[in-house]
Design a protein around this ligand. Structure first.
Ligand code: MTE
Length: 321
């Protein structure tokens, strides 16, 4: 993707900082434990409460959703968890897996606001209903013309939205990622006007393909893939699938998403995968499936046209890119 400045630090300069931070983190943790042990009434039991909830240590068995899953071979899990875009952790593909471990994902709260009957700040552990989790194998097509096939564990965003009861004025849902430069070192630079923001039209958000993911390959999401909860919208370019979500806002006006704000002539609000509409600087007609040789044709709506084309009937997809 364009317009960001690649960090020009040589590895030799990066390593000492990393070691320094490791040490600082270790010291912080030791201090926390020492403090906990010194509090009156402390017992070994309160340590157990620090453990992540069961679903985050190991995901519950989630039934496969065959209706919405592709049969294509899965991308190697190592590629999926080490070749990432997560600008909050840096702009190089390996930054997210190198730096993601500073992100604390428990406890995690999601704020719900705007045109909705049940606004509030929700504890993620209470918000997830384990019996609604499913596994779905989706293609993810990045705007940079590569793609992957990933088994996600998650629940339909529509289930959550129904519980929150948006008002009749809610036409769009806006999502925001955590802003915390202490934990997310990429936010110490102005590559993006933080926090990372994305949005969906209400009918897109309510579409059964739209998933809130909490895991991949049967395990809880690694931080580099957007722990503890991210969006997955398989017919749109990957940048719509916002990671580490802390806010949902329901509103009447169409929001401006981060990439749209950064380069409006290159990235639109809809960002539907479309082989017929080129990015101004490269074609979107073909893609490289990571881990495979050669290139393959990109499919309209990333191969999900049958399910979603009706959402855009009558719209000029060259204008609404
Ligand atoms: N979400 C946030 N918060 N920050 C990001 O930089 N990158 C997006 C998307 N979600 C991004 C994000 C882009 S460009 C892509 S292609 C996908 O995440 C990549 O997801 P993956 O790293 O799990 O493959």
């Amino acid at each position: 993707m364009p317009r960001y400045i690649y960090p020009a630090l040589p590895e030799s300069e990066v390593t000492p900082e990393r070691l320094y931070r490791e040490r600082r983190r270790f010291m912080k943790q030791s201090a926390r434990l020492a403090l906990a042990a010194s509090l009156p009434g402390w017992s070994g039991l309160s340590l157990a409460q620090d453990k992540p909830p069961p679903w985050k240590q190991k995901l519950p068995e989630a039934p496969s959703n065959n209706q919405f899953s592709t049969q294509e071979p899965l991308t190697d899990q190592k590629i999926v968890t080490s070749y990432n875009n997560f600008f909050e952790l840096g702009t190089r593909k390996r930054d997210p897996s190198d730096w993601g471990h500073y992100l604390q994902t428990d406890p995690w709260a999601i704020k719900v606001e705007g045109e909705v009957n049940k606004p509030g700040t929700y504890d993620l552990n209470k918000l997830i209903k384990p019996d609604q989790l499913e596994e779905r194998i989706y293609r993810l097509r990045c705007v940079e013309a590569w793609s992957m096939v990933i088994p996600w564990t998650g629940f339909q965003l529509s289930e959550l939205i129904k519980r929150l009861e948006p008002t009749s004025r809610a036409k769009y849902v806006v999502f925001e990622t955590l802003y915390d430069p202490e934990q997310l070192r990429g936010q110490r630079r102005d590559t993006i006007d933080w926090p990372y923001t994305e949005g969906l039209r209400m009918d897109e958000a309510m579409h059964p393909l739209t998933l809130m993911a909490v895991g991949l390959y049967g395990n809880p999401l690694p931080n580099q893939n957007g722990a503890p909860i991210r969006l997955v919208v398989p017919w749109k370019y990957g940048f719509k699938s916002i990671k580490s979500i802390v806010k949902l806002r329901f509103q009447e006006e169409q929001p401006v998403s981060s990439w749209q704000q950064l380069a409006p002539e290159e990235y639109g609000f809809y960002a539907n995968v479309n082989p017929n509409v080129s990015h101004p600087r490269w074609s979107q007609a073909r893609e490289r499936r990571l881990g495979e040789e050669g290139r393959r044709k990109t499919l309209m709506f990333n191969g999900y046209a049958e399910e979603v084309a009706h959402l855009y009937q009558g719209m000029d997809l060259e204008k609404n890119y």
